[in-house]
Design a binder for this molecule. Sequence first.
Ligand code: CA
Length: 392
Amino acid sequence: MKGNCKGLVILVGWLLLTPVAVAQATMEENPPSSEAEIAQEDVMIATESERPAPIVIAHRGASGYAPEHSVAALAMAHAMNVDFIEQDVVLTRDHVPVVLHDIVLDHISNVQKVFPDKKRPDDRYYVLDFTFAELQQLDLTERRTAAGEQRYPTRFPAGRGKLKIMSLAQQIELILGLNQTRGTQTGLYIELKNVRWHKQQGYDVIKQTLQVLGQYGLTDATNLPAPVILQCFDPEVLRRIKREFLLELPLIQLIADNSWNESDIDYQTMLSAAGMETLRNYADGVGLWVDQVYLGLDEQGQPQFSKVVDYAKAAGLTVHVYTLRADELPAGAESYEQLWQWLTDIGVDGFFTDFPDRPAPRVSDTFDSPPSHDHSNQEEDQSLQSDNDDID
Ligand code: CA
């Protein structure tokens, strides 16, 4: 059992560190002492020029196919053998961390019909005004725009499905359970949402989220039951997690566009070489908006890229890009596959995607050998108000 857990920790390390860094770290800690070890070292150095394939992060689950953050989107993503499934976390009135992208329910539920009187003076329905039990009375639906139109017209039909809002604990139990039955090591990639706003209302997203993670052993980086990455747009949150809560989990600084008014932080500064060096003090990587990386086509029809990936790599940071959508490509990209390849070629280490089965169906390392059902072997087997929902 311990061996398995150690393997998971190593897996996270491999996912986050470049092969160069891993090889160097390996060499520094364990100088080769035999011919066999030297041969192994040669193998590692030989593969330095061949970067591992980017990791796949199911953005709000397989949200291109089923309503975001629903049990269906989670289970589909797991079956697609993704590396990580994303959870956005906000709090309920009774302090339960729930998996929702926004602090309001307006665009992803039938709250207006079920609780017409619970809207605030700004006509919004805040998750924080509902207990978890009350949220269970709602249907979780495909996302709509403020005008009431389906946000992505070709996706899951709005108002169908009778799906329910899930707590973070429910998603953790489902992922850990599916990891066991399918023999996989699918990870959790958790975003702490609107932490400052919650704090103004007297709620602590960090504390409540880490408490739930702790209940499942997901805060002890040396003995994790599944890989975990934490992400946030607010650098102060990540610094607190590292310095106050002393967590060793990988931390990803998400970088917004200043125009989104995500916070009073100047994200443009973060995108510079000096900004990336500063992030290195507390973060293991960055989550970049695709438009911060890919700039469109030049007059010859060639894709143009900013230098931000180079800056991040020079600072030793892992680079994940959000969000790839087959049904909403940036200008100039002819296909999802082309965009994927362009970004992979310039060194992106992972993608948040609504379509985690693309560009090609993924095969799990352990998929061909599901865990034994012999009982004796079981142990071994074992934005604040923004309507811009595209921000991460
Ligand atoms: Ca997110």
